[in-house]
Design a protein around this ligand. Structure first.
Ligand code: GLU
Length: 489
């Protein structure tokens, strides 16, 4: 889209606070935010809370927290629909005044009976088939109102097809026979979603409505409302749904769907922003890692696909690993600290030894996928393993010979003066040569003794950080364990 075509961009994110900020909602918010940033426009936030029973202030706060975590700042004051009920009412009645809408006093039972009758004849029921209440005289309407007869307000649909152009789906035409005189105001005076959304988007001077394509079928109704009011509709862009790996609509069944859960499970906000943007949008090439600034620069509605996007958590994990690797050690430690603090065993003392913790951080950075793994990955630097990985015990500590190897290692390491990386490596290499064993045959049993597991960064560096005394003690403890284990099994 050329700059000339877009005068002043004003977009909005309009969640209903009936749940947390979920993946789909967050992605819609991101697309709107990126679009506003790119076009120097405004990104507004509107809370669609007219469903008082299902909406909650705690959910509003959770949504706001989610947006803050993703660093999606909004402009202007937050608009709450529940505070605008009088505005919607005024507009609904104005449409009645201008003859574009009418009051309908038909009871639920009456409508249900007509629906049943149509079903029997295998016909679709439409209120507009008879438009009973449209033929009420002014006097009859007044009389019903005096008797406090409840009513809804229905939009009177024109006998013409509805047409609009969606920026993603192209030209859309809906035949008027497929639509009905839909309700814009309920008997309790509350607006329906259609009325509220149109009145708000108009009042907020929204230029582009970017939302999930589950709303595509609502858009003809919105266009009809704009027409009835005599307002210019905004441009629409309906973004594709997000599916789970099984190609069904993403839901709880697929795991975490609330944005907050991704923070709790150790993902970085920047990863989630990047990842969600790629759900449905592509820059046109194979790149997958984009900084926020790159996304702002390159995002365009023309790159949004029509077809649904698939949420692949494995890919999200991979991407988080990439983002973690790109952090400096200091940044990573800062980001990991809240996760460390959740562990009882992480004392102030441990965190105060920044130099030591930073060294470990540097070593583990390549392997870390989620920040939640960090405490567990660093645990053996601070205390001896409490247990040994069972599978590894079976594999690497099979017989007595391993005790001889470990003891040999221990006595030779004990003799090292400068217990550091290169001298440790030299000793271990000479032992493998002497025993004519593969390197793994020596290192795997040793790794298990020192870390309790079968994966770790370079053992020489790990040993340097652990220090000679710890290393020797852990080897001794392991030998006692192996002997006992072999006797028992
Ligand atoms: N409140 C609607 C929803 O959460 C969004 C409506 C819209 O964007 O027009 O699905």
């Amino acid at each position: 889209m050329s700059a000339a075509e877009i005068k002043s961009v004003r977009v909005r994110f309009a969640p209903s606070p009936t749940g947390f900020l979920h993946i789909g909602g967050a992605r819609t918010a991101i697309f709107n935010w990126l679009f506003a940033q790119k076009h120097n426009g405004k990104f507004l936030l509107r809370i669609e809370d007219t469903d008082a029973e299902r909406s909650g202030q705690d959910m509003v706060e959770a949504i706001i927290e989610g947006l803050r975590w993703l660093n999606l700042d909004w402009d202007e004051e937050i608009v709450s629909q529940s505070r605008r009920l009088e505005v919607y009412k005024k507009h609904a009645h104005a449409l009645v005044q201008s003859g574009k809408a009418y009051k309908c006093f038909c009871s639920k039972e009456e409508l249900a009976a007509k629906r049943d009758e149509a079903a029997k004849k295998k016909q679709d029921y439409r209120y507009r088939n008879d438009r009973k209440c449209l033929s009420l005289t002014t006097g009859e309407v007044e009389e019903l109102e005096v008797r406090n007869q409840p009513y809804v307000i229905r939009l009177k649909l024109p006998e013409q097809p509805v047409q609009f152009t969606d920026m993603i789906h192209g030209n859309i035409t809906v035949h008027h026979k497929q639509l009905d005189d839909f309700i814009i105001m309920r008997p309790d005076g509350y607006p329906t979603y259609h009325l509220a959304v149109v009145v708000d988007d108009y009042d907020m001077q929204i230029s582009h409505v970017i939302r999930g394509d589950d709303h595509l079928s609502n858009t003809p109704k919105h266009i009809l409302l704009y027409k009835a009011f005599g307002w210019q509709p905004p441009q629409f862009a309906h973004v594709p749904l997000i599916l789970g790996m099984d190609k069904h609509r993403l839901s709880k069944r697929h795991g975490a769907t609330a944005i907050g859960e991704y923070e709790t499970s150790g993902y970085l906000a920047e990863t989630v922003l990047n990842f969600l943007t790629l759900l449905g949008w592509s820059s046109g090439d194979d790149r997958e890692i984009f900084s926020r600034a790159e996304l702002v620069k390159e995002f365009d509605i023309s790159g949004v696909a029509k077809k649904s996007a698939v949420f692949d958590e494995k890919k999200l994990e991979w991407m988080n690993g990439q983002y973690i690797m790109a952090l400096t050690d200091q940044e990573l430690l800062e980001k990991a600290t809240p996760y460390l603090k959740k562990q009882d065993w992480i004392t102030e003392e441990i965190l105060a030894d920044q130099k030591f913790v930073l060294k470990i951080t540097a070593m583990l950075k390549q392997r870390l996928k989620r920040l939640t793994e960090f405490p567990e990955m660093i645990a053996y630097f601070f205390s001896a393993p409490e247990r040994y990985e069972e599978k590894a015990v079976k594999k690497f500590w099979k017989d007595e010979s391993v005790i001889d190897i470990l003891q040999k290692i221990s006595s030779q390491l004990a003799a090292i003066k400068d217990f550091e990386n290169t001298s440790i490596e030299a000793v271990l290499r000479s032992i493998t040569d002497e025993l004519e064993l593969g390197f793994g045959k020596v290192m795997n049993p040793l790794r298990l003794a020192l870390t309790g597991g079968s994966v770790s960064p370079s053992m020489f560096e790990v040993m340097e950080l652990l220090g000679k005394q710890n290393v020797l003690e852990r080897i001794e403890t392991a030998c006692v364990y192996i002997r006992k284990n072999l006797v028992e099994n």
